[in-house]
Design a protein around this ligand. Structure first.
Ligand code: BTN
Length: 243
């Protein structure tokens, strides 16, 4: 069993990840808001939340154990959301590598993991998710890629408090699995099952280069292998798009 040590709701904050990083908080502290004003995404992108419509939630880990790869911490956030979506009747949620959550071809959530190191030791790991809940098409038109929300998928406005509460319960259940014996293998399996990558033709964009090929494997660390007919490359950063 796993429970967060502290669950903090904050009315307004620039970024839940930044704030949690700056706090001297204990391992397993969770912080969330429905009004994040300066959210950050992967690759220094901006993450937009619409006031009192969406959820921004971050968790601080102070690892007492070596973290070789925190992809599986991140996977817990996406898998918990896929389960939540199913409960709302949205069956076609899937994980886009590394850990965006999509419904059909619209992005509904993104996860950002950040770490703080001292010498060779990871002192803090902060994982945060932004979930589009009640934002509508008008709100999301401010974003330059195809985006969706729980409201758009279901036509129902949800109670943000109840959504956050249920999502936190899901996270606790999945982290319970994660921290149990063999838990990371189980998370990896479920992550791969919900990932649409294996065998798919994709475009991989990294450092202004573009590769086109087929994903022929996902290794034990969660990194896809892209075969472009000439060479097989391990994808460890950048963005992958299904084509
Ligand atoms: C992405 O898709 O690029 C990742 C987006 C991550 C956004 C979340 S919202 C909660 C946490 N706080 C932030 O500033 N960013 C993450």
């Amino acid at each position: 069993m796993f429970v967060f040590r502290d669950k903090i709701y904050i009315e307004e904050i620039d970024s839940t990840n930044s704030y949690l990083k700056s706090l001297n908080a204990v391992d397993g502290t969770l912080l969330y808001t429905f009004n994040q004003t300066k959210g950050r995404g992967r690759e220094n992108r901006e993450w937009l939340n619409f006031k009192d419509k969406d959820l921004a939630l971050s968790v601080l880990f102070v690892p007492q154990y070596p973290v070789e790869n925190f992809l599986w911490h991140i996977a817990v956030f996406s898998l918990s959301l896929i389960d939540m979506l199913k409960e709302e009747g949205v069956e076609n949620g899937w994980i886009k590598w590394p850990n965006d959550v999509y419904v059909g071809d619209g992005k509904i959530a993104g996860v950002l993991a950040e770490s703080v190191w001292n010498g060779g030791v990871m002192e803090k790991l902060i994982v945060g998710i932004g979930i589009n809940i009640n934002s509508d098409r008008d709100d999301l038109s401010a974003i330059d890629k195809k985006t969706t929300s729980v409201y758009i998928e279901t036509n129902k406005f949800l109670s943000l408090n109840s959504f956050a509460e249920r999502y936190v319960e899901k996270l606790e259940r999945y982290f319970g699995v994660f921290f149990s014996d063999g838990g990371k293998k189980e998370i990896r399996k479920r992550w791969i099952d919900n990932n649409k990558l294996l065998g798919k033709r994709v475009e991989w964009i990294v450092c202004d280069k573009k590769y086109i090929g087929t994903i022929v494997d996902i290794d034990d660390d969660g990194y896809p292998a892209l075969d472009d007919g000439v060479e097989t490359r391990r994808v460890i950063s950048g963005d992958i798009f299904l084509i």
